[in-house]
Ligand binder design. Structure first.
Ligand SMILES: Nc1ncnc2c1ncn2[C@@H]1O[C@H](COP(=O)(O)OP(=O)(O)OP(=O)(O)O)[C@@H](O)[C@H]1O
Ligand SMILES: [Mg+2]
Length: 605
């Protein structure tokens, strides 16, 4: 969670990039920046112009003072000509007020700009990560995806909100001041330019060191957060295995590491700030000395000297802020790199360019010579062919890791086969419009996730425009009605509120109702009955009969009782089907399934 990622799916965040990789990453984030800035480039130009003009106005002040002291005042005293003095006072006031007004305008324009960019970026990250295929989400940990949307966006916002203003206007102000000083009195300008060398060295030293400290502090702070989150999300395991004391020690260590790193970066400021002051004071002293000498000599006017000293002081004043925000600039670029990495991930199961229309799916599923592996080096389904006629109920059994869920994920098109094809009613799944695909094929897993909202909302997920009657009918059909009625507010119970908390089995019943309401042509149940107790599983057998009627069904279950309602049983091992027959035939035979079934029967008595 600390440094940039080249590709989200290729493992953890890392920092050891080759040159080419770093170049590619920089290009990638510039591309992102380009697409973010393009829609607001008008405002960007406006902000830039306003900033340049207001800075010029601000820089004009000391020069006007010099003119006032050198020319206007002597004219007033010697020739009683007050016009230049009044003129310079008026111009001074006008530039001062206009400069201030423009700065005010700039702040508003810049804020509107950064808010627009942030809104765009925030939405893009959400929409894009949601759109990415399951493969991405199975490998990119949720902690990392969360930090893309939270801490990374925060550091970009921090820079845009304050830092970038300070940085750009500080640098612009410094540059303008130097030019103005050179124009006013080139010798003082040269002194300032020469003193720019130790200044540059000091800033560089600070930047490089604080970059290291800053990075370290981000790494350590990420560790602190990860430790905390991991402990709290795994709190049941922590308590069960009495891991508290060990955690206390580890967390204490991380927290004190964090303090040490922070101390180090504060110490850097302890050197940088006095250093900056020293360079500034020496420069002022040199300008004053050399200028004073020339004033005495009669080759320099006192007004010019005063203006030169003010310019030098002004030059140094924003530098501390600039140095400070170099860090936020640094972390924002790192964040932008990571975010651009996620945004450039392509969905591994892309939508078809020209989808084939599938009006009413019948539910005929076929695997034709499918080869599939999650990665290139490990094949899960080596050579898989299977024909499931429309309306058939399949029970898929087999040892752990045989590839059952993998098969289910291929049917739902969470993944595409490496070779061969999976078809629905003869159409390759890759050619189906996602809407048709999701309407035709629904998978219910053991996870049975409930979203925040009411029970009714959660069932209606299967058919967003369903009426309450339809929702209740679906719940009745799968036997979920009774317990829902018993909840504090019935169907209107909030599943996240106390009292609305439902058990794992009840969650599964709700997800059955959801699937029933969706009414797909193909239904896949992957361990979807695992949390149901035996009596309710009995009930669920009846409910399943209702649920599975008139559609193709693939039931993956470790419990062999479920097999009874299947038309056909497939026994899978190491990515291959080793037995395939009607349940009675398999039970009566002497194959793998017969042995499993006999053992299971015995365990029941
Ligand atoms: N997302 C993934 N990335 C890489 N490998 C995976 C992934 N999911 C599963 N596998 C591997 O694929 C193989 C088959 O897994 P699968 O989940 O299909 O087994 P299963 O038959 O459903 O097992 P179980 O009965 O335990 O659910 C396993 O060896 C597993 O390690
Ligand atoms: Mg599985």
């Amino acid at each position: 969670m600390s440094t940039a990622t080249v590709s989200g799916t290729s493992g953890e965040d890392r920092s050891d990039y080759t040159r080419d990789e770093s170049k590619a990453i920089r290009k990638r984030s510039l591309r992102l920046l380009g697409t973010l800035v393009t829609p607001v480039r008008g405002q960007l130009w406006l902000a830039a112009i306003v900033l340049v003009v207001s800075t010029a106005f601000r820089v004009a002040g000391p020069a006007l003072i010099a003119y006032g002291l050198n020319q206007a005042l002597p004219a007033a005293v010697n020739q009683m000509n007050w016009l230049p003095t009044i003129g310079v006072v008026v111009v001074y006031l006008v530039t001062g007020i206009a400069g201030a007004a423009l700065i005010g305008w700039y702040v508003v324009v810049a804020a509107r700009l950064t808010q627009a960019v942030m809104l765009d970026l925030r939405k893009r990250i959400f929409l894009h990560t949601q759109r990415l295929s399951l493969e991405f989400h199975e490998s990119y940990t949720s902690g990392r995806i969360i930090s893309r949307q939270t801490s990374d966006l925060d550091s970009i916002r921090e820079l845009l909100d304050g830092g970038l203003n300070e940085l750009v206007s500080g640098l612009l102000y410094g540059g303008f001041t130097l030019v103005a000083l050179l124009l006013l009195d080139w010798q003082s300008g040269v002194i300032l330019a020469v003193m720019g060398i130790p200044l540059f060295l000091l800033m560089r030293w600070f930047y490089l060191n604080s970059q290291v400290a800053y990075r370290e502090s981000r790494v350590v702070s990420a560790k602190v957060i990860v430790k905390f989150v991991e402990t709290m999300t795994g709190i049941r395991a922590v308590k069960a295995f009495r891991k508290e004391t060990r955690n206390d020690d580890e967390f204490g260590q991380l927290a004190s590491d964090y303090r040490d790193v922070n101390m180090r970066s504060i110490r850097l400021f302890g050197i940088f700030e006095p250093g900056l002051m020293a360079v500034a004071s020496v420069t002022v002293a040199l300008v004053l000395l050399w200028g004073g000498y020339r004033v005495l000599d009669g080759t320099m006017l006192i007004g010019t000297l005063l203006a030169a000293v003010v310019y030098v002081r002004n030059f140094f004043s924003p530098l501390q802020e600039v140095a400070f925000f170099l860090n936020s600039y640094q972390s924002a670029t790192a964040a932008l790199e990571k975010v651009s990495g996620v945004l450039e991930e392509e969905p591994t199961v892309p939508d078809p360019a020209k989808p084939v229309d599938l009006w009413a799916a019948r539910g005929h599923i076929e695997f034709r010579d499918v080869l599939f592996g999650y990665s290139k080096d490990r094949v899960i389904l080596p050579d898989f062919s299977l024909d499931i006629p429309a309306g058939q109920t399949i029970a898929l059994v087999g040892t752990t890791g045989a590839g059952k869920s993998t098969l289910a994920k291929l049917v739902s098109r969470f993944y595409d086969p490496t070779e061969g094809r999976v078809t629905l009613d003869g159409v390759d799944l890759r050619s189906l419009h996602p809407k048709d695909l999701r309407r035709a094929i629904v998978m219910v897993t053991q996870e049975a996730y409930l979203f925040s909202g009411t029970v009714a909302d959660n069932i209606a997920l299967g058919k967003p425009d369903a009426t309450l009657d339809e929702i209740e009918a679906a719940a009745r059909a799968v036997g979920a009605d009774a317990f829902i009625q018993a909840l504090p507010d019935g169907y209107a119970t909030d599943v996240n509120k106390r009292g609305g908390r439902v058990s794992a089995g009840q969650r599964q019943l709700i997800s059955f109702a959801r699937a029933f309401l969706a009414d797909p042509a193909v239904l896949i149940l992957d361990e979807a009955t695992a949390s149901l107790d035996i009596p309710s599983e009995r009930q669920i057998q009846d409910a399943l009969q209702t649920l599975l009627a008139d559609r193709t069904a693939i039931i993956i279950a470790h419990r062999l009782s479920t097999v009874a309602i299947a038309d056909r049983v497939l026994v899978m091992e190491h990515g291959r089907i080793i037995e395939d027959d009607a349940p009675e035939a398999l039970i009566g035979g002497d194959g793998r399934f017969a042995r499993l079934h006999a053992a299971w029967r015995e365990s029941l008595v």
